[in-house]
Ligand binder design. Structure first.
Ligand code: 1PR
Length: 564
């Protein structure tokens, strides 16, 4: 053991477990990292936040003798909480690059979601749980949304029903959590499922005090409540009646922070007008809308379902030279318990001293600093052009490498297209659309030309072609901007969002142009977008995130309600 307030954490270094660490500390516990198999056997309580691919995780566990120790620990009914892959590994085997043998504690095979009927895979976002039996740690969660991000899942069956504590509907009904005695595992991410805590209860003593005095004031806290119930099983936590009425995968509302150094060298949140971020004054300074960490924290409190940081000058500056950006991620992840995405400058790079960095190293540094997903812009355009030219997946692009190591769900491709009106679809070899509003010369068609380097250079590839190629090369999600609409506040480019969200089976995030809550309901009603992102209206405090959520609820569109 290690004392009353110590959690043993099994982190084999394959991805971002920073948020799990932050959440544990937030709840007043210290962390002891597992170094040897023996540390597992000696743990008082063990958290296993599985990350990365199934096969890679199993081989690390086997090599270090930890697989056997885990089985012993769990068979002895010791307090255990597995998260995501930490649930899947308990099963007999997985189809992920497999079959690959798992720990074999729970009967069943982990298989991929079936996308053949138009189901969007990966399953990313906030979905509802159906409680199947007394799930203990889920007492505060029923009927609320929790955050999932995965492409593989285990299915309930007669042979594993003694384990299944909750299920979730996505395509079919899959296992969302298991429980037997003190052993728990969840497919979703409690550490990313929100968890607003009042400032006063940071730190051990305060956390304990608030536990003892009941936590009526914390009913808003969903994700951290799961960890709290695991960590404080014997305290007299009252059972809260279920609130809310989550029933399916919610549409996400994402706040985006475009970040760059201003002329004084400080990292600021900026915001462009069709990608032009400079004030139209004699100084021509970079528009400054606030501090990245503060704003991210604010948007989290306001109920943003995710927060994205785009390092918009990453295409010319080396991002690992940009230590402030890494620091922004580290600090933001201490207070923001929803997923964080970071983009800008993810590519191979040789610095002034001739040292070469691979895109994978750049991405790894971002993940280590607290990012859950990375987003690739320019480099994905080059990779897609190459793929379309040769028809061969070289496996060498940043997109392919990062998604192979960290999984598709960790890789977003950011598209920056510009609308080009044409007289006839035959004018270009790229996919075009019939536009809702004709062009300046009465054109009825348009194609969407991809750009690189922050919109500065047009490339010979369309948004449609890029999206299809990106999906093929391993992207887990598309962030779809539109230079024409950016910062205009006139609504999303519905023609574009429809084109792309109908073309791929991975989630599409609509971006650029939000000016009012109605623009969000419009994009969700008229297209298959899974999420909508906005920047300017949130930065300028014109429309609070809460107002967007309320509007969507009133329109019958399911969203996560952070606060009830
Ligand atoms: O090419 O891999 O280095 O990535 C660069 C990243 O930076 C890309 O994701 C690209 O979209 C972004 N970027 C580059 N230059 C700019 C710029 O504005 N000058 N920002 C830029 C892109 C678009 C959205 C914006 C929405 C919503 N900004 O992020 O937040 O358009 O805005 P709105 O709601 O105010 O309309 P690489």
């Amino acid at each position: 053991g290690g004392g009353d307030n110590v959690v043993t954490l099994l982190d084999y270094g394959a991805g971002n477990v920073r948020s799990v660490r932050n959440a544990i500390r937030r709840l007043g516990f210290d962390i002891k990292d597992v170094q040897t198999a023996d540390d597992i056997l000696k743990a008082d309580r063990l958290i296993f936040p599985g990350v990365g691919a199934f096969a890679a995780a199993m081989s690390v566990l086997n090599q270090k003798g930890m697989a056997e120790a885990l089985c012993t620990y769990i068979e002895n009914d010791r307090p255990f909480l597995g998260i995501c892959l930490g649930l899947q590994l308990l099963f007999e085997c997985s189809d992920e690059n497999g079959p690959v043998k798992g720990l074999g504690l729970i009967p069943g095979v982990v298989g991929r979601f079936d996308s053949s009927n138009g189901l969007i895979v990966p399953h990313i976002g906030w979905n509802a749980l159906q409680i199947e039996k007394d799930a203990g740690i889920l007492d505060d969660v029923a009927n609320r949304h929790v955050y999932f991000v995965h492409s593989y899942r285990a299915m309930p069956s007669d042979s594993n029903k003694e384990w299944v504590s909750s299920t979730c509907n996505y395509g079919d009904k899959f296992i969302a959590s298991v429980r037997r005695g003190n052993v728990n595992a969840v497919q979703f991410h409690p550490e990313k499922s929100g968890g607003k805590m009042r400032k006063a209860i940071e730190g051990k003593k305060e956390a304990l005090m608030s536990i003892l005095t009941g936590f009526a004031s914390q009913r808003k806290d969903v994700g951290l409540s799961i960890l709290r119930r695991f960590l404080y099983p014997k305290s007299s936590l009252s059972k809260k009646p279920a609130e809310g009425k989550a029933s399916k995968l919610a549409k996400r509302v994402i706040a985006c922070l475009d970040v760059r150094s201003n002329d004084k060298g400080d990292l600021v949140v900026t915001k462009g007008d069709q990608y032009d971020v400079r004030e139209h004054t004699s100084e021509n300074e970079v528009r400054n809308l606030g501090k990245p960490v503060e704003l991210a924290g604010q948007y989290y409190e306001d109920g943003a379902d995710e927060v994205s940081f785009l390092n918009i000058t990453g295409f010319r500056d080396f991002p690992l030279g940009d230590l402030p950006m890494l620091q922004v991620l580290r600090l933001a992840s201490e207070n923001v318990f929803v997923p964080l995405t970071v983009g800008g400058g993810i590519r191979d790079f040789t610095d002034a001293n001739g040292r070469h960095y691979t895109s994978l190293e750049v991405a790894s540094e971002y993940f280590r600093s607290g990012a859950d997903k990375i987003s690739i812009g320019s480099d994905a355009v080059y990779a897609a052009e190459e793929f379309l030219k040769t028809g061969i997946k070289s496996g060498k692009s940043s997109l392919e490498q990062i998604s192979r190591v960290y999984g598709n769900q960790a890789v977003v491709v950011s598209i920056d297209p510009r609308r080009v009106y044409i007289k006839s679809p035959n004018d270009v070899k790229f996919k075009s659309v019939t536009v809702t509003n004709p062009g300046p010369n009465g054109e009825e068609y348009a194609w969407y030309q991809c750009t690189v380097n922050g919109g500065r250079e047009g490339r010979p590839i369309g948004a449609y072609e890029l999206a299809k190629a990106a999906e093929e090369l391993g992207a887990g999600e598309i962030l779809l901007n539109c230079i024409d609409c950016d910062g205009q506040g006139k609504g999303f480019d519905i023609d574009l969002v429809k084109l792309i969200s109908d073309a791929v089976s991975i989630p599409v995030i609509a971006s650029s142009g939000a000016g009012a809550p109605e623009h969000f309901s419009e994009v969700f009603r008229k297209t298959n977008a899974s999420a909508a992102l906005a920047a300017g209206i949130f930065h300028r405090k014109e429309v609070p995130i809460q107002a967007v959520k309320e509007h969507l609820l009133n329109e019958g569109i399911e969203v996560r309600v952070a606060y009830i």
